[in-house]
Design a binder for this molecule. Structure first.
Ligand SMILES: [Zn+2]
Length: 306
């Protein structure tokens, strides 16, 4: 585009260089402040060292990039975590709190009390919630996980998911994963606070249609445009897609791959394995602690955890 224009190209280069330098400093400072592990410090040194000019850049905007005070512990790998490529349970929650009168699917509502009790049960039984990105990093890139990793996802984007659930999870230092329908669900002002806490936000399509019956153009827009929207709005990777109503076929999976996602989740009732990144099943928990405990035990494959 503009690189083809000769006139004013030096100005353009100067401006581009300045932007890149500022970006490098911001990334480096985020790495230092967000991550407490030794590996993070090494990475940040590598970023800072080559850019001498970066030191002469004003420090004011950089200082604003420090970790948010509500950033939760497990949103970054912790000391004591180990390399692990085994199965991981993923939970899915929909609406939280009491169903409004006449709600079409009252069973999809999990009461505040049940949700708190379920998180407490997980904690007291040694589970630690992490993001799906941390699981993917461990599965495919040598990253680390806690002894009994679990991922807690929230589908569609409801106010209680970002107003109530984060406080419960934060008690244990846990992040959640929000699968957002990007049109007519949560506005950005509702989503920023969970991003500041270190939550992962992924795409659950633009409008939650049945993608199996969608036209190719509609399928692509739902899968691709929702990802681009989240990336541009929040400056996040968006590596995971969540199939609306768990409907998918080979064309849908292919579109998800082409749009750049590295994984996708379903509602199949099982532990997730690294061998099928585009068909990661999740447990839908609607029966309280007893169902949660029974499912995690009954479906538990050999070699879960360390
Ligand atoms: Zn959904």
């Amino acid at each position: 585009m503009s690189s083809r224009r000769r006139g004013g190209s030096s100005w353009l280069q100067l401006a581009t260089t300045a932007v890149l330098v500022v970006a490098a400093v911001v990334v480096a400072v985020i790495a230092v402040s967000d991550l407490s592990g030794g590996r993070a410090q090494t990475a940040s040194k590598a970023l800072v060292a080559p850019s001498r000019q970066a030191r002469s850049v004003k420090k004011k905007p950089v200082k604003r990039a420090v970790a948010h005070p509500e950033f939760v512990r497990n949103a970054t790998p912790q000391p004591g975590w180990r390399k692990y490529t085994g199965p991981v349970p993923i939970l899915v929650y929909h609406a939280l709190g009491p169903p409004p009168p006449g709600a079409p699917f009252p069973l999809l509502y999990v009461s505040y009390g049940n949700f708190k009790a379920e998180m407490a049960w997980l904690y007291h039984n040694g589970y630690q919630a992490v993001t799906l990105d941390e699981v993917l990093s461990a599965w495919y890139h040598g990253g680390t996980l806690p002894a009994k990793p679990i991922v807690i996802t929230f589908d569609n984007g409801y106010p209680e998911q970002v107003r109530f659930a984060p406080h419960v999870l934060a008690k244990y230092g846990w992040p959640g994963v929000l699968d957002e329908i990007t049109e007519n669900h949560l506005p950005p002002s509702y989503i920023w606070p969970v991003i500041h806490r270190g939550w992962e936000v992924d795409s659950h399509s633009l409008t939650h249609p049945d993608l199996v019956t969608a036209t190719p153009a509609e399928l692509w827009a739902q899968v691709h445009d929702s990802r681009v929207y989240l990336q541009k709005t929040f400056h996040i990777p968006v590596n995971m897609f969540c199939y609306p109503s768990s409907e998918y076929d080979t064309a849908v999976i292919d579109a998800v791959k082409r749009a750049g996602y590295t994984a996708a989740v379903t509602e199949g009732h099982a532990y997730a394995f690294r061998t099928e990144p585009y068909l990661l099943p999740r447990f839908e928990i609607e029966g309280g602690v007893s169902q949660l405990a029974a499912d995690l035990s009954y479906y538990k494959p050999a070699h879960y955890g360390w």
